[in-house]
Design a protein around this ligand. Structure first.
Ligand code: ZN
Length: 226
């Protein structure tokens, strides 16, 4: 049976992808990986660990702390998350240039030595942020690059690529991901319970509202941690 590796950030989308992979490849053939890239909020990594544990798959955290040294974005630097886009780049300051490219390249290198030929990532080009490294053309070019550069038959799967946020919620529900969803982390401000005000929290809430489904993360704080 084919083996698969999920790039797990600890958020809603990568958690949905983890369950997609389990459904597609079988739990025993799925492993997950997260990157400690110097993000300000380590809570993401704890969430990823917890999600993998609930899903019953192995999980590794690889350290790649160069992004913090590069600077210039709100996810690794001590600067405020801006809701508005930069005039020149048309991107918000939560864009970490090269991040997905590097993540998937490391994931590919990890997969290579372990007989894993399938990588799964939760990127979506419908994402409001318009990050260029989340688009289909970037991902297919990267897949081609990895195949050539490693002479290895690797496939990058992007099950959420063309789904809206509410479609993603419905998919997570169908795949049985909601228990794990209660332990995911999305908030750009690193708050638990989530701040509800940053662009990540707003987008997540919109998806659950449109899918007419309560967010298990919010429910967890409402009922179990009072
Ligand atoms: Zn937030």
């Amino acid at each position: 049976m084919a083996k698969a590796l999920v790039v797990l950030s600890g958020g809603q989308d990568s958690t949905t992808c983890l369950y997609w992979a389990i459904n597609e490849f079988g739990r025993e053939n799925v492993s997950s990986i997260s990157f400690d890239y110097g993000q300000r909020h380590k809570i993401e990594l704890e969430a990823a660990q917890k999600v993998a544990e609930i899903a019953g798959v192995t999980h590794e955290i690889l350290p790649i702390n160069t992004f913090a040294a590069l600077g210039g974005n709100a996810l690794t630097d001590n600067i405020d998350v801006q809701q508005d886009v930069d005039e020149q780049t048309q991107l918000p300051n939560t864009f970490v240039p090269g991040r997905n490219l590097i993540f998937l390249t490391f994931a590919g290198a990890w997969a290579y030595g372990r007989g894993i030929e399938h990588l799964i990532t939760g990127v979506a080009q419908t994402d409001y942020s318009g990050y260029p490294d989340c688009r289909e053309n970037t991902l297919s070019a990267l897949e081609q690059t990895l195949r050539l550069g490693m002479e290895y038959n690797i496939t990058i799967h992007t099950p959420l690529m063309n789904l809206s946020k509410s479609d993603t919620v419905e998919l997570a529900e169908r795949l049985g991901a909601m228990d794990a969803m209660a332990w995911t982390h999305t908030c750009y401000n690193g708050q638990q319970p989530p701040c509800g005000e940053c662009s990540a929290c707003i987008l997540r809430a919109k998806g659950f509202a449109e899918a007419q489904r309560p967010d298990p993360l919010i429910e967890r704080f409402k009922y179990f941690e009072k």
